[in-house]
Design a protein. Structure first.
Length: 183
């Protein structure tokens, strides 16, 4: 796992030990960023269920202004800190070790609006739908925000089609869904 391009290009990133995380593969990450295209330098990013911080770090490396990394797992938290330090992206990062719902409430109370949200929660726990509902309740999206969800292929997001335009790409058993409002 490495940073693909930008100011931290080539840095190898660590992943938390054990089976609690599934780091986004370089192949999927590369495809994801090819679809997104250029990252605006004023973009705020939320990497929810961040794991290693791999995707949020890629956003920062490609020019995003700031990324908020959220993960409740202590091992993930430590690895994110280490990866941020290694890539020298400390000043552009905020890291929270807390549950996703508490973090979203805090960020909502701070009135932060994200341009990009990346969700990669544990599979088969209905966390994607819960997180999307909290993101809506706390009004966390900028006008033209893009929500990117890495999920198990069988997950049906059609209940959100009245709010978002949904574009899904499949990579074996993994899918990446792009949910956009004003794009």
């Amino acid at each position: 796992m490495r940073v693909i391009t930008g100011i931290a290009k080539g840095h190898k990133l660590k992943a938390p030990k054990g089976m609690n995380t599934r780091p986004t593969t370089d192949r999927i990450k590369e495809n994801l960023f090819n679809i997104i295209g250029d990252i605006d330098c004023n973009s705020l990013v939320l990497d929810l269920f961040a794991g290693s911080g791999n995707v949020g770090i890629e956003f920062l490396s490609r020019g995003a202004e700031k990324c908020y990394f959220i993960d409740v797992n202590i091992s993930s938290y430590k690895v994110i800190l280490e990866n941020i330090k290694k890539t020298k992206l400390n000043k552009k990062s905020e890291i929270y070790r807390t549950t996703y719902d508490k973090a979203l409430r805090v960020l909502g109370n701070k009135n932060i609006k994200f341009n990009y949200v990346f969700l990669d929660p544990p599979y088969n726990k209905d966390l994607v739908k819960k997180a999307l509902n909290f993101i809506d309740v706390y009004n966390l999206l900028a006008k033209d925000a893009l929500v990117i969800v890495e999920h198990e292929k069988k997950l049906d997001l059609s209940e959100f089609s009245s709010k978002y335009h949904i574009n899904t790409r499949n990579y074996g058993d993994t899918s990446i869904s792009f949910l956009s409002i004003g794009r």
